[in-house]
Ligand binder design. Structure first.
Ligand SMILES: Cc1ncc(C[n+]2csc(CCOP(=O)(O)OP(=O)(O)O)c2C)c(N)n1
Length: 303
């Protein structure tokens, strides 16, 4: 880690882990893992200067395949875990990784409050449209008529429109990437980590073992970049990410093609910790304060 603190670094190899990856061949987690490391290297954030938080799932197996400070939480609980860490030490970037199963079922309440509270953190939603680790059950985001391992006739419910739901919560940053475009995911994550509040990143992810509908090839054919320059790209959108209504309509309309890139961002809304009256004028972080403040007075109250 010493080497990473030099002015030249950090480098990709600083985030390397000795543990071999256990993801299936062709899993989109490889691309998201690579983009996360590249974004940190781009921002010159060393492994010792970031907290990476993981939910339970295939994506959560990244937690010991990457260098740096990492926490692996309970299923569906990664957002409160990460938000607590971000409040305790607002000086370091916090990135949370979760699956679509956890994020839109077990942990959906936490997603609601993460977004509306605008905690300063990045949330990378690994959207393989199924519960991967438990071998392919339908999630709220599985396409309705797709046969899955525990629902061979498809699920009776309509697929949740996750982007419409997210936009209904007045987010301050919404982006969508896909696991085959590492350069774009890196750009998105770099902006997300710099964002003032809660950055929601929907990462459409190939899952060759259990998702037979939104495959790598399907994603490659349908995804287009709304941030690309329209004069140089045939599939570009020239979209202004300040336009909330346009961003929402682009995000929810996935009938014929899928908008990716930074869809919406505003820096005008302060993060949760910036709005706390009790923290006004604070020059230290709570993690520093527990070392300098006598906390025994509160121990007495609670005992
Ligand atoms: C509260 C709770 N419910 C269910 C489980 C079982 N479980 C562990 S991983 C998993 C699937 C995770 O799917 P997802 O969140 O979509 O992530 P992925 O594996 O696809 O990356 C499930 C259902 C659990 N550990 N805890």
């Amino acid at each position: 880690m010493k080497k990473s603190d030099s002015s030249a670094g950090p480098f990709m190899h600083d985030f390397a882990s000795p543990n071999p990856c256990t993801w299936c061949d062709g899993c989109g987690d490889y691309g998201i893992w690579t983009a996360a490391k590249r974004a940190l290297v781009t921002l010159k954030i060393a492994p010792s200067q970031v907290l990476l938080c993981y939910d339970v799932g295939c994506h959560g197996n990244m937690s010991d395949k990457i260098g740096g400070y990492r926490m692996h939480g309970l299923h569906g609980r990664v957002i409160p875990l990460a938000a607590g860490a971000a409040l305790a030490n607002p000086a370091i970037p916090v990135i949370a990784f979760g699956g679509d199963g956890a994020s839109f079922s077990e942990g959906v309440g936490h997603l609601v409050h993460g977004i509306r509270s605008n905690y300063r953190m990045t949330f990378v939603m690994h959207n393989n449209a199924n519960y991967g680790l438990t071998t392919g059950q339908a999630s709220a985001l599985t396409w309705q008529n797709q046969p899955m391992n525990s629902s061979p006739n498809g699920i009776p419910e309509e697929t949740l429109n996750s982007m419409d739901f997210v936009f209904s919560l007045k987010p301050t940053f919404v982006a969508r990437g896909w696991s085959g475009d590492i350069a774009q995911m890196t750009r998105i994550l770099t902006a997300a980590i710099r964002h003032r509040g809660f950055a929601y990143v929907d990462m459409l992810q190939a899952c060759p073992s259990y998702n037979k509908f939104a495959t790598h090839e399907w994603l490659m054919q349908h995804c287009y970049d709304v941030n690309a320059d329209p004069s140089t790209s045939l599939r570009a959108g020239g979209h202004d990410p300040k336009d909330f209504a346009k961003a929402r309509s682009l995000a929810v309309d996935t009938q014929n093609r899928v908008a990716t890139g930074i869809l919406y961002q505003t820096e005008d809304v302060p993060a949760f910790h910036e709005r706390l009256k009790a923290r006004e004028g604070a020059v230290t972080t709570p993690v520093e304060e527990v070392k300098i403040v006598d906390t025994t007075q509160w121990e007495r109250v609670f005992l």
